[in-house]
Design a protein around this ligand. Structure first.
Ligand code: HEC
Length: 111
């Protein structure tokens, strides 16, 4: 019986990699949309919501992520969550209506 022996592989180094627009770091790193503006954002910050929540790179890294909350909940549902949360989140039943609307409006826009 004849053993067939594969010929030795020749080593050919990979072609040097060059950055193209498609594989450049900025193309593959998810861009953080510029959402951190406006009164709703300011109110969210002041109300301490970032203590438990994360939006993109801001807030508590272990907190629940609200970066796309506008795709999951409507404006009314977000308001309800703030006033009467169904989770361990502390309710804010006395939040002034103006502030509540601004926060809900801002969060609703995060898609
Ligand atoms: C003490 C911690 C804590 C604070 C402070 C807090 N939350 Fe929450 N929040 C939670 C938890 C826990 C949940 C439930 C997360 C889950 O179910 O994944 C939640 C859920 C939510 C949701 C629903 C998200 C979803 O996916 O269902 C919204 C909207 C929300 N919070 C907004 C706010 C806003 C606005 C504030 C500030 C006024 C705030 N939270 C402050 C803990 C907190």
């Amino acid at each position: 019986m004849q053993l067939s022996i594969a010929p030795p592989q020749t080593y050919s180094p990979a072609a040097p990699r060059t950055a193209t627009p498609e594989n450049s770091v900025s193309a593959i790193t998810p861009q953080i949309p510029d959402v951190f503006t406006g009164q709703g954002y300011e109110d969210f910050k002041i109300a301490g919501c970032f203590y438990c929540h994360r939006i993109y790179d801001k807030g508590n890294k272990n907190g629940s992520n609200l970066s796309n909350v506008g795709s999951l909940l409507s404006y009314i549902q977000i308001k309800n969550q703030i006033l009467h949360p169904t989770s361990s989140m502390p309710p804010s039943p006395d939040m002034p209506p103006e502030e509540l609307s601004q926060i809900a409006n801002w969060l609703e826009g995060l898609k």
